[in-house]
Design a protein around this ligand. Structure first.
Ligand code: PLP
Length: 405
């Protein structure tokens, strides 16, 4: 198989639009990716033909909708290489998945227990752990990041000890593009007796994930970055771990028996899916996963790398651009500062050329501080971007530079 980005982008109706009279060049997919027709049609098709609440019905539409919802869980199981659908919990996204683990697993923690994070984490993988620090006196330790944006493995290992209970680290950084050596991270954490949660919000979009081969304990991701809808994501958890965790939220569907005196809980994954779930969003996520998995994912990854390489080549070492994150083998994310310019101004000028990039802290303030920056601009590439767009981006950067030089 191979991959044709021009054919793929025709599946994304929004990419045909213009911004400020220019063809849209969407380089903000790390924040949220655009949606292919397969997702749009799966969701509208469900509303038009087979929609009801799930799990509680006897009637045909309830059964059909339940089947569609559970089929989406099977798609996510395949995406992550999990052994059972019962290890896949639907959540609102990565943020909720991490909050679920911090909240439920956190109930077993005591003051002085340690959680190891890294300096390159998104706030979604920092703040829920801070809650445990504030409430329980759990200690947070941050593995250092090297100047080129790698995780400092020696520094990481030095943080592991007898009180380490959890290592929670991003698989791929949303700012640096760094892909962390997760197999080593997991092996070291397990040797120290700690569990591992990987924040897969970025990595799952660009690489093949196999939770069983990794032997990871928890894996979190969001649908909307994976060409699916917002409001849905998933948490993978090893069966025996999920079974050992108390519920996260209470309500319908997550119970065994409820009486005036007592409650019992359903088995995972339903124990963690209180209330009516995001049904249409699950259907959309299932469609996104099936669509993505039908592509040659290695060819897609090679294409995305080529886009990043092309921008670097076109900029040709321009000394007015400082890139943060140059780790070998990194993913297709280009975070940078332009000499003399604020990142917001850069993003605003690029917008006039029809180019969408993100500017700010990217919800990673500790990382920004590590690099002595208050913000950066970020171009993030997806499978629907083309080499011509990479060229146009580099050219627009050169023009933007003239406003500040
Ligand atoms: N983790 C990483 C690495 C991310 O890039 C993001 C989103 O930008 C998140 C977590 C949070 O994802 P969400 O807002 O979909 O929950």
């Amino acid at each position: 198989m191979s991959f044709d980005p021009h054919a793929a982008r025709r599946e994304f109706p929004i990419l045909g639009r213009q911004v400020h009279g220019k063809p849209l060049i969407y380089l903000d997919s790390a924040a949220s990716a655009q949606k292919p027709r397969a997702v749009i049609e799966a969701m509208s098709g469900a509303m038009e033909h087979a929609y009801a609440n799930v799990h509680r019905g006897i009637h045909t539409l309830a059964n059909e909708t339940t089947e569609a919802y559970e089929r989406a869980r099977e798609s996510v199981r395949r995406l992550l290489g999990a052994g059972s659908v019962n290890e896949i919990v639907f959540t609102k996204g990565t943020t909720e998945a991490i909050n679920l683990v911090a909240s439920s697993f956190g109930q077993s923690l005591k003051a002085g227990d340690e959680i190891v994070l890294s300096q390159m984490e998104h706030h979604a993988n920092i703040v829920p752990w801070h809650f445990l620090r504030e409430r329980l006196g759990v200690v947070l330790r941050f593995a250092p990041v090297t100047d080129d944006g790698r995780l400092d493995l020696e520094g990481y290992r030095a943080l592991l000890g007898p009180r380490t209970r959890m290592v929670a680290i991003s698989h791929m950084s949303n700012v640096l593009g760094t892909i962390n050596p997760v197999a080593e991270i997991i092996a070291d954490a397990h040797a120290a007796g700690a569990l591992v949660l990987l924040d897969g919000a970025q990595a799952v979009v660009h690489s093949r994930v196999d939770v069983r081969a990794l032997d990871v304990d928890f894996y979190a991701f969001s649908g909307h970055k994976l060409y699916g809808p917002t409001g849905i994501g998933a948490l993978y958890g090893k069966a025996e771990l999920l079974a050992s965790l108390p519920p996260y939220q209470g309500g319908g569907e997550m119970i065994g028996i409820v009486s005036e005196e007592q409650i019992t809980y359903a088995d995972p994954p339903h124990r963690f899916e209180a209330g009516t779930p995001p049904i249409l969003e699950a259907v959309g996520l299932g469609a996104a996963v099936d669509w993505l998995m039908a592509l040659d994912r290695d060819a897609v990854a090679a294409h995305e790398h080529a886009l990043y390489d092309r921008v670097k080549e076109r900029l040709n070492g321009a000394n007015w651009i400082t890139e943060i994150g140059t780790a070998p083998g990194k993913g297709a994310i280009f975070s940078f500062a332009m000499e003399g310019a604020h990142a917001h101004d850069v993003a605003q000028i690029l917008d006039r050329y029809g180019i969408a990039v993100r500017a700010g802290t990217h919800c990673a303030e500790p990382l920004m501080r590590r690099f002595g920056m208050t913000s950066s601009a970020r171009a993030s590439f997806a499978l629907y971007n083309t080499l011509e767009e990479a060229d146009a981006f580099a050219e627009a950067l050169t023009k933007t530079r003239t406003f500040f030089a």
